[in-house]
Design a protein. Structure first.
Length: 330
């Protein structure tokens, strides 16, 4: 077998592709004959180069100076404007910063020292509280304690000098006035200058020593404890921010009627005869609670908690509803 195609057309195509066909030979001859010689191409290119003049790139020497001048014309005004703005801003800032300092210095020169001002405010409040307490005490029908216990004045001497008798009368009157203006520390009106219904600051001023806050809900009910309790044995209760009562657990303080912790039930009944109520103790079996109403009227009450043996264990003085809280502010 041979690899030559059997069909005539296939054989012609194979010979043409292999370059053996007569048509292929003629095509190659015609292509070589029609191509121009290399010398002709070189002559055409040389003529084209000689006919075209070379252009030299021109440099504009004036462009650089003009550009620098334009940049300076733009930059200098901008720098000047920024400098002026910074100067004015700094001056305004310095003026604003110095103004509050000057005002504060002027106010400091005009206003008194803080400690002096606080002392004056406290003194004014104490004076107002004492005045209110004195007005409330003046409504009571009983004569003032100072006048009731003051000894009789001695007879004037036979000498006719007027200065010594006048001085004695002035001293006695001044002492009586001082005692009238200084109400008893414990009364049905409050504790010293702090009256029931006053705020916490009045209580702290009346006590004059540090007080510790205690209570589960201090906004509604808070207890102010005098520390240490073993030394003072007293606490103050505020209900909704107002002075409502104070409790005494030690013998240091004397309740109205001259009764202290440790006194007997008979002493309480004798001092407040006809003005007391006895009820059983809520928690202690066999013990009683003695409630004394204010002799001048009003809502204030004095409550003694007794032991089963009939001894004053503690007492409290205040106004409802705080005076009736058996558990305090717990």
């Amino acid at each position: 077998m041979t690899d030559q195609p059997e069909h005539p057309d296939d054989r012609d195509l194979a010979q043409y592709l292999a370059g053996k066909h007569p048509l292929s030979a003629r095509y190659r001859a015609a292509k070589v004959a029609d191509a121009p010689p290399p010398e002709l191409d070189a002559a055409i290119l040389a003529a084209a180069r000689s006919a075209t003049p070379r252009r030299r790139r021109s440099v504009r020497r004036w462009a650089v100076p003009v550009g620098l001048a334009a940049s300076l014309m733009i930059a200098v005004p901008l720098v000047w404007q920024v400098w002026q703005t910074d100067e004015s801003h700094n001056a305004d800032f310095a003026h604003r910063a110095s103004a509050p300092v000057a005002v504060m210095e002027e106010r400091a020169e005009r206003s008194p020292e803080p400690e002096t001002r606080d002392a004056d405010v406290k003194a004014e409040k104490q004076a107002m509280v004492r005045a209110e307490s004195q007005a409330a005490l003046s409504q009571r029908q009983a004569p003032p304690r100072a006048l009731a216990t003051a000894p009789p004045l001695p007879a004037p001497p036979s000498v006719t000098f007027s200065s010594p008798p006048n001085m004695a009368e002035d001293q006695v009157a001044a002492q009586a006035d001082a005692e009238r203006e200084d109400p008893p520390t414990h009364s049905f009106n409050g504790f010293g200058p702090a009256l029931f219904g006053d705020d916490e600051e009045s209580v702290r001023i009346a006590w004059g020593r540090p007080l510790t806050v205690q209570g589960n809900e201090p906004e509604a009910c808070r207890q102010l404890l005098a520390e240490p309790q073993s030394a003072f044995g007293i606490s103050f209760m505020l209900v909704n921010g107002r002075f409502a009562r104070y409790d005494v657990t030690g013998p240091q303080f004397e309740a109205p009627g001259g009764i202290r912790v440790g006194d007997t039930r008979a002493t309480v009944e004798q001092r407040h005869e006809g003005n007391l109520t006895v009820t059983p103790h809520k928690y202690v079996e066999g013990a009683d609670v003695i409630t004394v109403e204010s002799p001048a009227g009003g809502t204030a009450r004095l409550i003694f908690e007794m032991t089963p043996e009939g001894i004053v264990e503690r007492w409290r003085l205040g106004v409802p509803p705080g005076v009736d809280f058996v558990e305090g502010c717990s």
